[in-house]
Each structure stands twice: as C-alpha cells, then as structure tokens.
Design a protein around this ligand. Structure first.
Ligand code: PLP
Length: 532
C-alpha cells in the first residue's frame, strides 16, 4: 500500500502566482474612515466600475447616506406593497437570504414550505386540488395566468380545425400595466373596456361580454382596482359569460387579478363569491407582498386544478441534480420572501389576518369620512359607503354624509383604498389651486400621496390616492388628515396661485433626490408611475 504524506501548505505555496503579494500593499489607498475616504470629497462611482476598491465600512456608509434621501416607507401611502414585518420574520429572512427558490433539489425543506403555501392559498380560495407557484410578484403571475389561457384556447381551436392567429383578451382600461404587458408581450389583442362612473370606475361586465368573440382567450377581472380600490364583479362576469356560451357556444374562462384583493376578500368579506367557487374562475394571482403582509418579492399564481395548467408551460429540468419541474418566467429568485409568507400563515392564521385587514378597513373608512366631512373633498372610492351605494354626487352636504353613516351594517366590498378629489365648489372658489400641488406640499411633510388622472374616458377626473396598510395606525390617520387640511388651506391662502413645480425643485430635498442621475432620464414621464 502506498503511504504518502501530502503537505497541503507546500501545495498551496506552489499553486500561488508568484510572487505572493504583500497584504499591506493592497490596502494602501484604503482608509477605514467612511468620511475620511476619497469618496467623501470625490464623486461616488455612478456610471463606470471604479478602478480601486473601497473599505466595506466606507462603501456602506456612503450608500446608506444616499438612500436616506428616499421617502420613508411607512409614510409612503402610494404603495400597496407592505413595508413592515415582525422582527422574527426579519430574522427568518436574514437566515435564508442566500437561498435560491429555483434550487429545488438543494433546498428540499424550502420546497416543502412552498408546497404548503400553495395548499393554504388554494384552500383560502376554495379549491381542493389547486396547483401553482410562487412568483416575484403579481406581474409575473399575471403573465403566467394569461399564457395558460392562451395555450388552452389554441389547443381548443386547433382541435376544432380553426384559426389560432388572432387571440384577444378582455379587461377594463383601469387594468394595471402588468395586464396590458401580457397582451403586448405575448401577441394577444388587448380589448380594453372603458370605465365610467356607472361601472364604478372599473370593468363594465355587460360591455366586457359584448366585446367577446370566438378568439377571446379569457377575461381578466380585477379584485381591487389599482386606481380606486373597487372590486370588479367576478360572479356577475361569470354569469354574463354563461349567457355568452349559451347564445354563441364560446366557453370563456376568467383569470382574477387579485393582486391586492386575494388577501383582503377572504378575511374582510368571507361571504363574497369571487374565487374558485365561481365556475368560470380557472386561475388567480395575488401579491404576497401586498395584503399577504410580506416584503416585496413574493407573488402567487394558482390554477383551480391541474387541468387548467397546460402541459406546454411546464419544463422538466435535470441540470441541478434531480429532475424538477418549473413553470415560472424567472428562474433564480429569492426564497426568503416566500418563507416570510409562510411565517405569516403560521403566525397570523385566519384570526390574525382577519383582525389586521379589519383594522385597515376601519381606518380607511374613518379617514374617508373625515375627508368627506371636512368639505374640501369628494370621495371617488366607495368602500366607506353602505353596500350598493356608490358615487360622490349623492353625498352632497355634511348632514347627508353624517346621516349616511348611521346604521350601516354592510359596506361596499373593496380594498382599504381612499381615492379623493377636490370638490367642484372648492375648485370654483379657488381656481388657482391645482390638486397636484396638494400632493407636492404633503411631500414636504414626508407623506407620499400620489395625484393622477383616472383611466381614459374619465381622465378629466384627477384623484389623490391613499392605500391604508397595516402600519398606518389611527394616530397616523389623525396626523395625515390634519396635514392634508393644512396643505389645502395653505394653497387656498396663497394669493396668486402656487407653482408646485418650482416649489418641488427648490425646497423639497426628497423630490430633488428622485430626479434620476442621468440627464437622458429627465422629464421621462411614467404613465403608471404611481400605480404599484
Ligand atoms: C391590480 C394589480 N395587478 C397587478 C399589479 C402588479 O403587482 P406586482 O407589483 O406584485 O407585480 C398591481 C400592483 O399594484 C395591481 O394593483
């Protein structure tokens, strides 16, 4: 038997490129003092990889300081995306931050948790055999839901010897950009149904049914319009499509975009029929990072059962070890936020989710009524009105409003979203006040409350929008209300009008910091900027 002593130190010595560099040389230009580093007086690298390294502490501090110019997540009332989790969830996230959700074979315990989440969400949405996957968010999930409908339609057309070249999909023109992206990216004609006050600023189900033909792959119905929080009528749409099938023979499915509503409806409105108990609903997406109460980076798409997930979407891979199946658009993605979602399921249960969403609804109604009562605003959202009562035109006069609150037992089903606008009376008396300036002025107090027009057909109506999230307690409701009133009264008192643009550029450091570094990006207006 051959005995040999292998000296690993010796091997390493010969494996080194010679000569071995002196460690002290390497740090010659580096200082551990963040504000003593060259970047305290030189520009931080923005457009090219720097030639030299920097001490970790200095790099951290400089980037940290720059990010302090961002808005404060808790005062960002523009976003549906939740910004707070319990310290235990933060701990789990940090412990698992390096895990890739696509490494199924390497992380079997993570994959078990993934499967449990699908089962829990499927049960919450009233399906026994649901299949599905975690995604990066609703945008990816919506593409997958759309693709499944397209594949199923193509298969049906092919089997009947019919044309498959001109698919179309129906949605309200209040649809979030992710839905329109599906149509454009995957060559499906996008039939946008204009919204109106009569359709409560969201999908008009009768017009949607009229727009269908034999090339319609499906209808996207939105549970929780991004603009105003209204729930679209999933059950009503399903019945309209039943009628279409009876009359024309076209069997058209529904995909529910429940980006926000998927975690609101089951707890705030458990009796509402919108999920897999509605016959035509074959797939649903949601954002775990919205009312699923996790951080940004987790969404879900589920199909009622495997019959509705076409085989063409599923890839079987073998290159990471064992054979694994994938049907997402993204391959690598963080596992930690999916794990954070499971933490919420275990920690909160139905009881916890219900009490959080009920508090959100309570605070949203409170702020809605307070804004209506202050006399400066009309409420375009209807979540604070009795079930079946819609429209700010009806709510004229303070007494009428106070009266309308009495004895309400059931409210309109909607997200805890407040969409409001200056009244016509206020605008007549203060023609110099632009509603957008209310948003700008509030920014100086740290609040982020966007102002934007409703979709085409109602684009002459601009709304300010507040999303009430778990971290927006009643104390903050009081504060934001008084700041909103302050901003309106300040604007009204400014004699010759108020140039919000000038004000924003000169005195608002946060707005200023938001201007992108590159001059080419200046002035590029984002149509969907405030709709996430
Ligand atoms: C109705 C609706 N659908 C889809 C999306 C996109 O969701 P995500 O940001 O999770 O990709 C949003 C985002 O606000 C939304 O409101």
């Amino acid at each position: 038997m051959l005995h040999k002593h292998v000296d690993s130190d010796e091997i390493m010595k010969h494996a080194q490129e010679s000569p071995v560099r002196n460690h002290t040389d390497r740090g010659k230009h580096v200082t551990t003092l963040a504000y003593g580093s060259r970047y305290a007086t030189e520009g931080i690298p923005k457009f090219k990889l720097p030639e030299q390294s920097t001490e970790a502490q200095a790099a951290y501090q400089l980037i940290h300081d720059e990010l302090e110019l961002d808005g404060r997540p808790n005062m960002n009332l523009a976003s549906f995306v939740h910004t707070w989790m319990e310290p235990e969830a933060d701990k789990l996230i940090m412990e698992n931050i390096s895990k890739n959700l696509s490494d199924q074979d390497e992380y079997p315990a993570t994959m078990k948790i993934h499967a449990r989440c699908i089962s829990i969400i499927g049960d919450m949405w009233k399906s026994k055999g649901a299949v599905g996957t975690a995604t990066i968010g609703s945008s990816e999930a919506v593409q997958l839901g759309g693709l499944a409908m397209k594949k199923r339609w193509q298969a049906r057309q092919k089997a009947a010897g019919k044309d498959t070249s001109r698919p179309n999909i129906i949605m309200g023109n209040n649809a979030q950009v992710a839905l329109e992206k599906f149509a454009r990216y995957f060559d499906v004609e996008c039939r946008l149904i204009p919204v109106s006050a009569e359709s409560h600023h969201c999908l008009d189900i009768k017009k949607a049914a009229e727009a269908c033909d034999e090339n319609t792959i499906g209808v996207y119905v939105i549970l929780g319009s991004t603009y105003t929080g209204h729930f679209e009528d999933v059950e009503g749409m399903s019945k309209e499509l039943d009628r279409v099938q009876e009359e024309k023979g076209w069997d058209i499915p529904i995909h529910v975009d429940a980006a926000s509503g998927g975690f609101v409806a089951p707890f705030a409105f458990p009796k509402l029929k919108w999920s897999f108990d509605v016959p035509r609903v074959k797939s649903i997406n949601t954002s775990g990072h919205k009312f699923g109460l996790a951080y940004a980076g987790v969404g879900w798409v589920l199909w009622k059962n495997e019959d509705f997930l076409p085989k063409e979407l599923i890839f079987t891979l073998t290159y990471l070890g064992a054979s694994e199946q994938t049907y997402t658009l993204n391959f690598s993605r963080p596992a930690c936020f999916m794990i954070a979602q499971y933490y919420n399921f275990v920690r909160l249960g139905r009881q916890g989710y219900t009490s959080i969403i009920k508090n959100d609804m309570h605070n949203a109604k409170l702020l809605s009524r307070a804004l209506e009562n202050c006399g400066y605003f009309d409420l375009v959202s209807d979540m604070h009105r009795a079930k079946g009562v819609f429209g700010y035109e009806r709510a004229s006069g303070l007494d009428a409003i106070k009266e309308s609150v009495k004895g309400i037992t059931e409210y309109n089903e909607a997200l805890p979203v407040i969409a409001f606008k200056l009244t016509d009376d206020f605008k007549r008396e203060n023609p110099h006040v632009k509603q957008a300036a209310v948003s700008t002025l509030l920014r100086t107090r740290g609040w982020i409350i966007p102002n934007y027009p409703l979709p085409p057909n109602e684009e002459n109506i601009e709304i300010l929008r507040i999303v009430v999230r778990e971290s927006f307690s009643q104390d903050l409701v009081d504060t934001v209300l008084s700041d909103i009133i302050w901003s309106v009264e300040t604007l009204a008192a400014s004699e010759s009008g108020f140039d919000a643009e000038v004000f924003a550029q000169k005195t608002d450091p946060i707005q200023h910091a938001h201007k992108l570094d590159h001059p080419a990006h200046e002035g590029r207006k984002k149509k969907y900027g405030s709709q996430c």
